[in-house]
Ligand binder design. Structure first.
Ligand SMILES: NC(=O)c1ccc[n+]([C@@H]2O[C@H](COP(=O)([O-])OP(=O)(O)OC[C@H]3O[C@@H](n4cnc5c(N)ncnc54)[C@H](OP(=O)(O)O)[C@@H]3O)[C@@H](O)[C@H]2O)c1
Length: 267
């Protein structure tokens, strides 16, 4: 029986971690607003979720890398008097390879979506939550946000931004009734990994123990978000990597990642 307890907006909901989070929140009786570019994927996900869980699901196809997209989405939801209780900023893109060999457009797309789009979503949806004294935000960063990574330089920098912004906001809004959680997954079996594997055989040779299951990651994220945890790193190996990166001297982390990162760049 559906309870529609809260309304959860999930970006990048059409596949991977976002889709798994959509199923997780729906299974708890929440209503969903699903956002991604692919209208057809969103529509079939909506049908499947409504059929299984009977919750209210609305889809909003949008390219969040475009300036003004978050404002347009916010206005459109205001028009239907839809209040967002939980915002999941999950949409993100990754390009791997030597910095100079990634196209300028692809660098910009990472910055526009992972950094600018996410910030604009927060700017649109956080103030109404603060006014109501109620809400939750789940931003998706990565363990890559804890350290510079040659071969993933722009992507890792974009996730460092998400991690830093989220930790700052978690403290800024403490005691406001709104919580901010940042999810930092390690390598997870999604389309993003499949694309990285197709572009670089090093990813194909990665030991399975390093790859997390998407439902596990979504479940850990859900629990952390609902508990108001500031930072969630699913998996003990990933947690060890982030603790090590925060404990060791920066120069040592940089040089170690330099050795590993340069070895993974295929020309
Ligand atoms: N997989 C990993 O190993 C891993 C590890 C750490 C962190 N993460 C992070 O987890 C998040 C989800 O990634 P994933 O692995 O689940 O990747 P994914 O399966 O490729 O999903 C990405 C989602 O983002 C949407 N999206 C892409 N560009 C968009 C745009 N311009 N506007 C709106 N939506 C857009 C995609 O749908 P459309 O293409 O239809 O728009 C899709 O729904 C990302 O932020 C990623 O950086 C992933």
């Amino acid at each position: 029986m559906a309870t529609n307890r809260e309304t959860v907006l999930i970006t990048g909901a059409s596949s991977g971690i976002g889709e798994a989070l959509a199923w997780q929140f729906a299974s708890e009786g929440n209503a969903l607003v699903l956002v991604a570019r692919g209208a057809d994927q969103l529509a079939s996900l909506k049908n499947a979720i409504v059929k299984r869980h009977g919750v209210k699901v609305v889809t909003h196809p949008a390219d969040l890398s475009l300036p003004g997209a978050a404002e347009k989405l916010h206005k459109s939801l205001q028009g239907t008097a839809t209040k967002i209780d939980i915002l999941v900023n999950n949409a993100g893109v990754l390009e791997q390879g030597a910095f100079a060999e990634i196209s300028g457009d692809n660098h910009q797309r990472m910055v526009q979506l992972n950094v600018a789009g996410l910030t604009d979503m927060l700017y649109q949806f956080l103030p109404p939550m603060l006014q109501r004294g109620h809400g939750r935000i789940l931003n998706v960063a990565s363990i890559a946000g804890f350290m510079p990574i040659p071969g993933l330089a722009t992507y890792a920098a974009s996730k460092a931004y998400v991690l830093s912004l989220s930790e700052a906001l978690a403290e800024e809004v403490r005691n406001s009734g709104v919580s901010v959680t940042v999810l930092c997954p390690g390598i997870t079996a999604t389309n993003m990994l499949a694309k990285a594997k197709a572009g670089n055989s090093v990813f194909d040779r990665m030991p399975g123990i390093l790859v997390s299951d998407v439902e596990y990651v979504a479940n850990e994220a859900y629990k952390g978000c609902m508990n108001g945890a500031a930072v969630v790193v699913p998996g003990s190996l990933n947690l060890a990597a982030t603790l090590t990166a925060r404990t060791l001297p920066k120069w040592l982390v940089r040089r170690f990642n330099g050795l590993v990162g340069r070895a993974t760049i295929e020309h």
